[in-house]
Write a protein that binds this ligand. Structure first.
Ligand code: SF4
Length: 213
């Protein structure tokens, strides 16, 4: 298993490789960014960004979406997987924002995760990106990279991964580290055929060494 300093060094290497890593989801307001993040579950950011401009135009505020029915939302997002469920999430989350939070997207993990379609990862993304509250969202890329590199046990849960990374990485670097790990997972340590032979982290990566040699 990597030590704290080895984890930090590995993430710095990823940041060097991907200095422009950042969010690739579009949203012109906190509310719209929340919607985009809910829609991104099991869909690529690119596919979400293709459908959101028309959706945002039709539903500019929580109040406007709260008045809609899921069937009104489905046509805007039907190119995305699970679109029927996602349409329900968007409407129900908007209704709760209006009734329980005075029309404002809340800014605590507990309140955010009380909204339909918002799990811990979505909530952490919104806290960090919209409210500048330090958080370390763990998605599929972060999980894969952390497990392969031995930052955590191969069977570590998402919660254990988040805890370990927060312990090792300085708090003011959490969001940048999250972005760097996502880009590294998306373009280098890919789910299928990771580019281990050309990876600068091969010397510290047992998974990669087993893959290459
Ligand atoms: S060596 Fe391979 S498995 Fe290890 S971090 Fe690099 S790409 Fe991923």
């Amino acid at each position: 298993m990597l030590t704290n300093s080895e984890i930090v060094n590995a993430i710095h290497e990823m940041r060097t490789m991907f200095p422009n890593a950042g969010t690739t989801l579009n949203g012109d307001t906190t509310f719209h960014f929340l919607l985009a993040t809910i829609l991104s579950a099991q869909s690529t950011d690119k596919s979400v960004n293709m459908v959101t401009p028309a959706l945002f135009q039709q539903f500019p505020t929580p109040e406007s979406l709260a008045k809609a029915e899921p069937s009104d939302v489905e046509p805007f997002i039907q190119s995305l997987g699970l679109y029927r469920n996602k349409a329900k999430y968007l409407v129900n989350a908007s209704r709760k924002i209006v009734t329980d939070f005075n029309g404002q997207v809340p800014n605590t993990l507990k309140e955010l995760t009380s909204l339909a379609g918002v799990g811990r990862k979505v909530a952490n993304v919104v806290l960090a990106e919209c409210f500048n509250i330090p958080a370390f969202p763990v998605d599929t890329h972060v999980s894969r990279v952390a497990r392969r590199l031995g930052m955590v046990d191969a069977n570590a849960t998402v919660l254990q991964i988040e805890k370990r990374l927060k312990e090792a990485v300085p708090r003011d670097e959490w969001l940048d580290a999250h972005h760097a790990m996502i880009f590294f997972g998306r373009y280098q340590c890919t789910a299928r055929n990771p580019k281990c032979a050309q990876c600068p982290l091969l010397p510290v990566c047992k998974y990669g060494q087993d893959n290459v040699f």
